[in-house]
Design a protein around this ligand. Structure first.
Ligand code: TLP
Length: 346
């Protein structure tokens, strides 16, 4: 039975074009700066994000950690959302390894932080306080229904950051999804940020890798931090080759994933026993709540799995589905059928 895997966009496997590029990649020692394929990927990523430079790192987690450690020293503070991936799901790495103090502000349902909440969280100069060095946003926002943060909002936060002399980092793991949903170039969304990270290995389909983008000085420092974290990768051109294909061939098709997510959300909203807020589904992430007490998520997941449909449980009554290039409109219809069947007998 063919599996429809909706657990995450991290499950994407490399395309045939990526595998060919990887097999044929010209490589060198990237710690010496001598891997031509990595150098090409870094130049391409910088150009796409409108930044002077970029750095290939192992993962989105490493991209955020490296960025936070460049912006903040030990004892400095970062303001970030209480639903941010880097706050919830990265082992508190910036505190554990960077000595960085997290100051959380409530994420609104659209993924934003209220400007007045950020303003209030910025520390005045006082011997009792850590120094606020950084605001970190997430675009699209994973936990907030994959919401894209608008250009106007990004500009407003950047202006606030500038006014206080603090930096702005964007966890743009899915920034190309945000750009596709908003109909603006990713570079425009990244323009006012001091650093932006994005993942090659999510919806863009590459097997490994994330990019950290920023000024030349920022990326030079990021390269040092990557090295001390053990992230200097030698002949990484084998990985970078797939990243180049991802940026050249997989960005424009993200709108298909969004259309499929929408199709799924609308179909699920009509299934008795489920609640889905369809209006919020504008990228590739769908959250659904089970409103049948006698059906625990684990059991629903099992029933779906028996039909070849995989989702992720992300709360006591909440599931997540993420669409990717492996999932077609027909697969969505199969998933919907499996949901109807699973819930019909409860
Ligand atoms: N998100 C993953 C994992 O948490 C399971 C997912 O399935 O959504 N920033 C954001 C916004 C992310 O969603 C993720 C991964 C990361 C950073 C970390 O990327 P990786 O997994 O490459 O370290």
């Amino acid at each position: 039975m063919a599996i429809v895997d909706l657990r995450s966009d991290t499950i994407t496997r490399p395309t045939p074009a990526m595998r060919r590029a990887m097999a044929e990649a010209e490589v060198g020692d990237d710690v010496f700066g001598e891997d031509p394929t990595v150098n090409r990927l870094e130049a391409l990523a910088a150009e796409r994000l409108g930044k002077a430079a970029a750095l290939l790192v192992a993962s989105g987690t490493m991209a955020n950690l490296v960025s936070l450690m460049v912006h903040c020293g030990r004892g400095d503070e970062v303001i970030l959302g209480d639903q941010a991936h880097s706050f919830l799901y990265e082992q508190g790495g910036s505190a554990a390894l960077g000595g960085i103090h997290p100051r959380t502000v409530a994420n609104q349902s659209d993924g934003t932080l209220r400007l007045e909440d950020i303003e209030f969280a910025v520390r005045p100069d006082n011997v009792h306080f850590p120094r606020t060095r950084l605001i970190a946003l997430e675009n699209t926002h994973n936990r907030c229904y994959g919401a894209p943060l608008s250009l106007t909002y990004m500009e407003a936060v950047a202006a606030l950051a500038r006014r206080h002399g603090i930096a702005l980092h964007v966890d743009g793991a899915r920034i190309f999804n945000a750009a596709a949903a908003l109909g603006v170039p990713a570079a425009r969304l990244a323009k006012d940020a001091d650093s932006v990270s994005f993942c090659l290995s999510k919806g863009l389909g590459a097997p490994v890798g994330s990019m950290v983008c920023g000024s030349r000085e920022f990326v030079a420092e990021a390269r040092r931090v990557r090295k001390v974290l053990g992230g200097g990768m030698r002949q990484a051109g084998v990985i970078a080759a797939a990243g180049i294909v991802a940026l050249n061939e997989m960005v424009d098709r993200l709108v298909e994933d969004h259309a499929n997510a929408r199709r799924l959300a609308e179909g699920l909203a009509a299934v008795d026993g489920l609640t889905v807020d369809c209006r919020r589904v504008v990228t590739n992430i769908v959250y659904l709540d089970i409103n049948r007490d006698r059906l625990p998520p684990a059991e629903l997941l099992e029933r779906l799995q028996a039909e070849g449909i995989l989702l992720l449980a992300v709360g006591p009554k909440r599931l997540r589905a993420v669409t990717t290039h492996h999932v077609s409109a027909a697969d969505i219809d199969r998933a919907l059928e499996a949901f109807r069947k699973a819930l019909a007998t409860i």
